[in-house]
Design a protein around this ligand. Sequence first.
Ligand code: AMP
Length: 445
Amino acid sequence: MCSVVGIYGNENASKLCFYSLFSMQHRGQEAAGISSSDGKHIKTLKNRGLVTQIFKEEHFKILKGDMAIGHTRYSTAGNDSILDAQPVFARYGLGEISIVHNGNLVNAKEIRNELTKKGAIFQTNMDTENIIHLIAKDYTKNTLKERIIDAVKKIKGAFSLIILSRSKMFAIRDPFGFRPLSLGKLKSGGYIVASETCAFDLVGAEFIRDIKPGEMVIFEHNKIKSEMIFEPNLKQCIFEYIYFARPDSQVFGKNVYHMRKEMGKELAKELPVNADMVVPVPDSGVAAALGYSQQSGIPFEMAIMRNHYVGRTFIEPTQEIRDLKVKMKLSPIKYKIKGKKLVVIDDSIVRGTTSRRIVRMLREAGAKEVHMRIASPATIDPCYYGVDTPTKEELIASKMSIEKICEYIEADSLAYLSINGIIKAIKDKKENYCFACFDGNYPIL
Ligand code: AMP
């Protein structure tokens, strides 16, 4: 997963990008970057690391102009080298261009092979670079807008894109609307486009609306214009609600915190447990656990502490480091747990490492019973649209039954929320969402 932001028509464009990226750091911690345009040239600065580690005050003197785009990276396509950080910048026939992309393209290999056969030279491993090449090579069209339309009609998959030229900005969302992208108006002047509305709250912007699936919004001459370039076929990523987005964001028109709490309530209705307390796995299980507690009447206790100075465990490459990081990250409040029957709530199980470690930790702390309840269905298939799920073989629920997973994580019981439970929680039509990681129905391959 990644985050993207674009600022148009504000003299502090690159600084506002920086703050927006800071608020969306949860969507990717590997690398970050900003490109800005002063009307004559585009300048880009990107590096590995967190947003606050990369950007220093003096950089904003270089990143001049009233237009800027930014990105935080969570590697899904490409690798973790600095070359694979975004924005992707290029000089081409019509001038200068820079692109940021959230999502994954499913036909990236085919396009790259075709382009390479025709002599294209690639500098990165990212699918995003394909888009720049398609735009640059489309010499039959004389305007950037036409070239962008041609390019995005060739790519397939998930893309929430922001493209910066020297004088314009374009925001595009794929017809499925897999990844969020919202439009806002800055109180200090100009417009903002961002993956999540939590960025708007930080930089002082009012939410206008979501960029529609299949829509291209063009920022030019201090105005915005909209054009539908694809017939929409809504398949928004349900995992944004379950895990990815920040609870204070409005995603796909709904508040994420509220959705998670409602999922917790459905979980309590579907899968009740006779327990003394509801304990969330912090932070990902907190909102659902609160919902579970309110629905069931079982008291909510923050009986597991999280050390916030440790990153997400999932991101680390080897099993040994992942195990260690779970211990570093979570620790039980023994005083609360001793002799108690617990219902422990988390948002999802991927490899099973976290749950197994948590159950052990709670037993060592004296828990009498540990019942795991997961506020999403079992993750059985990988995501090809931008969520960094491992291969099918690594997904514990793709090779083990729920009973076997329960044994593996050493819990007294384990149960997952059903897809129907999620639908009830979000009060929306199932066909508007992509559930591929839970049911293997891929909208596009
Ligand atoms: P695991 O130990 O592999 O079962 O990981 C499960 C934990 O990772 C859960 O607590 C989730 O909150 C979190 N998680 C789920 N999906 C992702 C993802 N795509 N990236 C990072 N963390 C995730």
